[in-house]
Each structure stands twice: as C-alpha cells, then as structure tokens.
Design a protein around this ligand. Structure first.
Ligand code: PEP
Ligand code: MG
Length: 882
C-alpha cells in the first residue's frame, strides 16, 4: 500500500472502509471529499507508517516516506495555489493524529504549521490582516512547542496571561497586533528557557510534527486511554496533513464543533457551539466559553443553512449521529472533520430507535449502535424525586448538563486524590477548573466530574460522556482553591457555601444541578424507547438469558429485566439471615441425631417458602436450584464473638469451651478445595434430603396455586460421575418419597455444575446421567488456572501490567484455556445427548465479551447472570448474533 493518500474536493479514491489504514479521521476526510463537501485539501499518512516509525525507525521518518510527503505537498500547493514557506503567498498546514478508533482529547494536533518570521509578514501582507497573521503565529509557537517539543502549555499560558494582565485585557481577542508581536517574542523566549530551538525551516517543522504525532502513539496518555477503553490490535495512528483554513480572520470567520443530534438525550436537533474569530482549539480546550450553535443562524444565516444541509447529508450517508468540526473563513464554510459521535446511554437508545423509524438503518444495525456501557448507564440509578421540595432546596448551584446520570461522592481536587481514594472503594467526584487529557485516570476512577470552565464539548464533557460519567461543566458559580483545598459555591441569593476536599457532593448530570450534600438515588425502569429497543434485541439474539437469584424479590427483578428463568439459586445464600444461621450452625456442629433433625426441621419451612416464591416469580420458566455448596466453616461464628458463642452454646446445650473446640475442629486449611459442594451432600445426605424435600414440596404447592413451576435441581462441584450418581439417586429417592406422601407428582430435572476440570474432561460420562450441564465458570477458572478466586487481587494487577494476562480471567472468560475445556465439554456432552441443555452461571455470564464466546463459539443454550446485568447480557447476545 502507498504510504500517503490525498483528500479534498475531487479526490474520490478512498472511503470510510479504509479506517484501519487511514484512521477514522483520514477515512472520513476522504469520504467527505468523495461525497462533495468542501474539505480543505491534504493527505493522510497511514497507520502502517506509524507502526513502521515506532518499531523500526526509532524516531526518524524513513526517507522514502519523506519524499512521498513532499510530493503530496506539491499537489496540495497547486490545489491551494500557494506555496509552503513562501515569502509572498504562503500555505499553512495542520498536522493531526487520528487512529482507527477515536480517542478524544488524546490526539496531538499542530495548527498553523509553516510559520516563521518571514511567513508571518507574507501572510499579513497577503490577507491585509496583520492581527490574524500574528495571532496564528503565536498559536503555532505554543502548539508546536507543546506537542512537538513537549514544553508545558502552562509556560506559554503564563506569558500570555502576564501580557493580558499588563494590558488589562480579559479575552485573547482583545490583543492588538503589537501585543501579539510581544507574545511571539515572549513565546520564543520560552523555547530558549527550555534550551530548545524553534525551527525556522518549515519543512523541518513538518518533519518534526509528523514524528511527534507518530511518537505520541506510545505516550503515557495514549497508552492509558487505550488501556481504559480496552483498545488493542491497532497499528498506530494515522497523520493528517491538511491545508489550513482560518477561523480567526475577523468577524466573518469562526469555528465550531457540532453533533447532529443531542448526544445526551438523542433529540433530533443540532447540538454544538461555535466561536467567532477563533481557531478550533479554543472551542475544545474550554478556554473561551462559546455560543450555542443555534445562534449561528442569526449570526451567519447562509453559512448556517449550508451547514445544516451538510449535517443531514452526513447523517444519511453514515447512518449515524455525527460529531463535526467546521471552520468558517471569511463567510465560507469548510468541513474539517466528521466522525460517529460519542453519546450517553439514553441518547444511544433513542437514536437507534429513531434511525430505524426514519429508515436510515435496519434493526440489526440499530442494535450494534448501542453498547453494553450505554445500557449500563441507562440502568444506573438516578436521583429520587427531583420535583420534591427536599431536592429543590438542596440545589446550591448549576452548570451545563454535560453528561447525564447521578453522581454522589467525596470532593477531590486532583487526579491523584481520586485514584487513591477510589482504590480504597471511596466514591469520588473530581472537581476542577477544567480537565485536560492528563486527568483521564482520575476521570475514569471518579463517580462524576464538575468543572468551573468549558462548554458542552470541552474535553471533560466529551470524555465523561464516552465513559458514562455524569458531568457538569462551565459552572461559573464555583470557585476552586486547590492549594487551600476548598470549593466555594455562590448561591443564587449571593450567599456562599464553602466545601472542603472529602466533603460529600451530588451532581445531577441530566440537569446540571449541584447539591452540597449526599442525595438519595433510586433504580431505573424499562420503558419507552428502551422497551422497544429491547424487543428487537430479543428478536435477534440466539441464546437465552437467565438470572442468578436467591430470593423471590431478586427473581421478580430479574424477570422485569427480561430473564427467562433462573440459572442459579445459591441455596447457601438463603441461610445468611440471623434467624436461620443459628439453625445452620447447629446443623454443622451437632453431635446428636436429635439436634441435627431439629435444625433440619427448622430450616425446611424457610427453604420451602423461598423456593415457592421464586417459582411464582418465574411462573412458566425454569428455576435451577443448586444444592448446598460452600465450605461449612463459612457459616461458623468467629471465636472472638462472645455473644454469639454464648447464645449458640445454650441453644445446643454445650459449654462455650466445648463449642469452641467443635468450631476449631471444623476449620479447614484450604476450604475452597475442602468439604464443599457434593462432597458435603455425600457425607451429610440428610441436608440434601431436607433441601430436595423443600424444592419438591414448594413446586407441588406452587402448582396447586396455578403456577407453572419448573424445578431443575443442580448438583455442585462434581468431578467424578460416581459423585453425580450418588447425589442424583438421593434426589430422586427423596422426590419419590414426597410424591408418595402427597399423592401428587411434578416434573423435575437433575443436572450438574461443570466447574471442576475433571468433570469437563469426563463430560461424556456425566452426560449419560445428567439432564443438564451448567458451567460454574468461577470455579472452573479457579481450578484451571490454580488461582484462588479470593486472593487474586494480590497478583492480577501486576500480571496485567506485565502483559502476562490481558484480562482478568475471573471477569472475561479465558478463551484459550478455560474456553477449550468448555468447548470440549459441550462437544462431548452433546455427542451423548444431542439436545443436552448447557448453560453458564458463573460471573462471566454477564460479561459481554464472554457472552459472545458462549453464544458463538461454545454453542451454549443460555447464560445466567445477576438480575441487574440481564439487559446487558441480552444486548451482548444480540451483538453476538449480528
Ligand atoms: C461458579 O463456580 O462459577 C459458580 C457459579 O458457583 P459459585 O460461584 O457459587 O462457586
Ligand atoms: Mg462454584
């Protein structure tokens, strides 16, 4: 492939399909050129070149690439009818990065490249606008210094602020020509102070800028962003070299960014902002507060009309909401960039539904436009009763509602503070004047973000929206004193509230309201567009989604979220309540048959009524109940817990000393591999008899009450078929006994968990006897890797840092190892029983990437996950099927 591709009016060669090679921005520039929009000409250096540069050339541009660049530049010069570095008719360039997946705020951009002391005079003479020429020059000096030579931006800002202060100016555009010349000299001094030289040679500028963008691919910021966003397997970033058009040529020029629909709620109206007499960076950096796009209609009606038409063309063309950058140079509109816009959850769903209804896309495409993260946001809680007086009175200030959702957390003024606190599990809100790409780690770790400056498309807003963090921007009623660690809020009535780092604050990202206290939140509901969208999801997915639930309430919640059954009831969870645990303890420690029987008799009614409630909630759907699994000692009281010991010993007619001895003797060295699962059932069959009796009696009762109860009884931690055989026999005998006693019967199945590698390896044997399989992928991962699932926190982070593990295998299924066991189990099991029902009920059942594997590669019948993850698993299953 050629290293460079041209774009601009008349260039029709490439399309958006080339984004892996040209990067998203480059491919879209090519595409916009091809559909005839006015794009300033330029060319794209491919991602392949970036890979070459980073891996083989160690900071040097390969000579063959450079000669291609200069050849392409000639073409641009002739299209623009001006010359790079010319002392009479100069061409200026922008150099921007653009990877195949957009990384907002991560990219390095240099504008106005091709400036020096001669060119600035030429530009001034040519345009008759000295102010503009010098303004462009000072911008270039700052950007080039910052992006290419890594001089801190604040060093330039400080010089600029000093000059503005001396002159008594507030806004940058108050600077006059002479002031700008002073700024330019001051900026050059900044280079000298840093012992760096500013290259007067414009070709040298270009060469260095291209190198810097390529090199930025491996910078800390870019690496962190890719890590957080899970972006892998990209060659690198492309570089777009484009002729400059100028938004800073006076009152008929300007620049802006605009989404074709509202990225917060999905409404079909333009959402954006612009600045007159400014360059692109001014809008995105949040330094000047821009005007809403609707005001462009009055400011420049013709430009607005053309712009509006372009947005419609682009939306139709891409079948998606676009995020557009544009510049107006002396009344002429130029489209600088378009890409599919990042959006919040509510907007994602609404737009997907609207696009289908408008005939832009079909249902499958619509499903692919909504990501699991979007649903996750949508299913997050929001503030309860925002119409109430309590809520209204709590509001102390408001800013721009930049990213929706409710955030409640402790105030942190620095990135580091958020990261440290959140690692300890403390929810935090990041409060800043404005955010920069250096803050991404803190933004990611925060519950929400509040900034004093910046608009709806500022860095904070874009990044927060992408990650679903609630965000309020541009709140001018707050004043942050980072050194003092205070946030001063001026209320509408003029009074002030002073908050400190660590105080609790609440942000409503939907309205922009700020509350100086911890506010209550409530769970969301499925209705409207979301309901419609989820119907399409269910039409398309090929795998069922069940839920793991242990109570009737959880089962009802799961059903509301679309679960078509329960894939796992962890019966031990039913024993944790205070009045039950005493009976369980008695059961474990009892030395006499009478005491055992008493405990079992007391536990039976609890189990029966819980099961009955779950059958009722899941009327018509299977309920998979697992017999007791965990190590018994988990139920035993701590030896220091005197009150509990007292009570239990008198309940069991023992002395405390005797009881302590019993507890000690029940402890195990390695409980995860000890007396748990079916081992417990085999050594204490009376417990299983009680549980099975509870299940069958509950099913019979439910059926009597008109409920279609479908019990699936599941044996845990089977490794040998003989274990399964023993337990299945006991289950069937107990069920028969209940049937005999009651004179009624019901259908039930007896299946097994597959969670020990030995069971996976002998699946063909077990399948002969089991009615269904359910992968316990938590234990299967634990035992395949030999990593204790309770202790992985000590080494997994380091493993990930070192690249030994790409993902935490307890979160995303390990396809190569555990996945192989799963696939062979399915194959061997179905060889014996072609329609064997096989699902998964470990945590992986709610992880989108794992769901894709279970659906497409493993061929499972269902996944089962926690009730609140059910909608996400349904969506992931639909994605897998498209
Ligand atoms: C599993 O091991 O994946 C499973 C579902 O069982 P538990 O997590 O209860 O051990
Ligand atoms: Mg398990």
């Amino acid at each position: 492939e050629a290293p460079c591709f041209p774009f601009g009016a008349g260039e029709k060669g490439r399309s958006a399909d080339d984004k892996w090679l040209l990067g998203g921005k480059g491919a879209n520039l090519a595409e916009m050129s091809a559909i005839g929009l006015s794009v300033p000409p330029g060319f794209t250096l491919t991602t392949e070149c970036c890979r070459e540069y980073c891996s083989n050339w160690n900071g040097e541009l390969p000579p063959s690439l450079w000669s291609e660049v200069t050849a392409q530049l000639k073409v641009v010069e002739s299209k623009m009818d001006c010359d790079f570095g010319s002392d009479s008719n100069p061409l200026l360039l922008s150099v921007r990065s653009g990877a195949a997946i957009s990384m907002p705020g991560m990219m390095d951009t240099v504008l106005n490249l091709g400036m020096n002391d001669v060119v600035v005079e030429a530009l001034s003479a040519k345009t008759g606008n000295a102010r503009f020429a010098w303004d462009s020059y000072r911008r270039f000096l700052e950007m080039f210094g910052n992006v290419v030579l890594e001089i801190s931006r604040s060093e330039f800002e400080e010089e600029l602020d000093n000059i503005k202060f001396e002159k008594g100016y507030f806004e940058d555009n108050e600077l006059q020509v002479d002031d700008l010349k002073t700024v330019v000299s001051a900026f050059k001094e900044v280079y000298v102070k840093n012992k760096l030289s500013f290259p007067d040679d414009v070709y040298e500028q270009l060469r260095l800028a291209i190198g810097a963008v390529f090199g930025g691919w491996n910078g800390d910021r870019a690496i962190k962003y890719r890590e957080v966003e899970n972006i892998r397997n990209l060659l690198g970033t492309a570089v777009n070299v484009q002729s400059m058009v100028f938004g800073n040529m006076g009152q008929t020029s300007g620049t802006g960014v605009c989404f074709t629909r509202d990225p917060n709620n999905g409404k079909d109206e333009l959402f954006g902002e612009f600045l007159i007499d400014a360059q692109g960076e001014d809008v995105v950096a949040g330094i000047r507060t821009p005007q809403p796009i609707s005001e462009l209609e009055t400011a420049m009606p013709e430009v607005y009309a053309e712009f509006k038409m372009n947005t419609e063309i682009l939306e139709k063309h891409y079948g998606d909401m676009q995020d557009i950058e544009f510049t107006i140079q002396e009344g002429k509109l130029f489209m600088l960039q378009t890409r599919n816009g990042k959006r919040g959850g509510e907007a994602a769903v609404k737009m997907a539904v609207d696009f289908v209804e408008e005939g832009l896309i079909d249902k499958k495409e619509a499903i692919n436009k909504v990501l699991p993260e979007h649903l996750d946001q949508l299913l997050h809680p929001s503030f309860s009763d925002t119409e109430s007086a309590t809520y209204k009175n709590a509001v102390v200030a408001s800013g721009l509602p930049a990213s929706p959702g409710a955030a409640v957390g402790e105030i942190c003024f620095t990135n580091e503070d958020v990261v440290t606190k959140s690692e300890k599990g403390i929810p935090c809100v990041l409060v800043r004047d404005e955010t920069s790409p250096d803050d991404v780690a803190g933004m990611y770790a925060s519950e929400g973000i509040l900034t004093a400056r910046g608009g709806m498309t500022s860095h904070a807003a874009v990044v927060a929206r992408g990650w679903g963090r609630p965000c309020i921007c541009g709140c001018s009623d707050i004043k942050i004193d980072e050194a003092a660690g205070t946030l001063t809020i001026t209320k509408e009535d003029g009074s002030t509230v002073v908050m400190k780092a660590g105080d609790c604050i609440s942000l409503n990202g939907n309205t922009g309201e700020i509350m100086a206290e911890k506010m209550g939140v409530s769970p969301p509901a499925m209705k409207g567009d979301l309901e419609q969208f989820m119907e399409w999801v269910d039409e398309i997915k090929e795998i069922d989604v069940l839920a793991n639930a242990d109570t009737p309430d959880d089962a009802a919640e799961a059903r509301k979220n679309g679960a078509v059954g329960i894939g796992l009831v962890r019966t031990e969870h039913m024993f944790f309540e205070p009045e039950r645990i005493g009976q369980v303890r008695q059961l474990i420690l009892s030395k006499s048959e009478a005491q055992t029987k008493e405990a079992l008799d007391n536990l039976l009614p609890y189990q029966r009524s819980d099961f009955e409630g779950i059958f009722k909630a899941m009327d018509g759907y299977p309920v998979t109940i697992r017999l007791l699994d965990p190590p018994l000692h988990e139920f035993l009281p701590g030896l220091e817990d005197e009150e509990v010991l007292q009570k239990l010993s008198s309940q069991m007619s023992m002395t405390v000393t005797e009881l302590v001895e019993e507890i000690k003797s029940a402890a195990e060295v390695n409980p995860m591999l000890g007396l748990r699962g079916c081992r417990l059932g085999i050594t204490r069959p009376e417990i299983i008899e009680m549980q099975v009796r509870g299940i069958i009696e509950a099913a019979l009762n439910a059926i009597d009450n008109g409920v279609d109860a479908i019990p699936d009884i599941m044996i845990p931690l089977v490794g040998k078929v003989q274990e399964f055989r023993d337990q299945a026999k006991l289950v069937r005998a107990t069920a028969d006994k209940v049937f005999e006693e009651t004179g009624k019967t019901c259908k039930y199945r007896v299946g097994t968990m597959i969670e020990i590698p030995r069971a996976a390896l002998t699946a063909h044997e077990i399948a002969k006897e089991a009615d269904f399989f359910s992968f316990g992928s938590n234990d299967l991962t634990q035992m395949t890797f030999g990593y204790s699932r309770d202790d992985v926190g000590t080494f997994i982070p380091e493993y990930k840092r070192k690249g030994i593990l790409l993902d935490d295998p307890f979160v995303t299924v390990d396809v190569e190892g555990v996945g192989q066991l799963i696939k062979s189990t399915v194959k061997n099991g179905r060889e014996v029983k072609p329609d064997l029902k096989i699902g998964v009920c470990g945590e992986h059942g709610g992880d989108p990437r794992s769901v894709e594997f279970f659906s497409n590669d493993a061929g499972l019948s269902y996944v089962s996950c926690s009730p609140f993850r059910v909608p996400i698993a349904r969506l992931a299953a639909a994605h897998a099927a498209t």
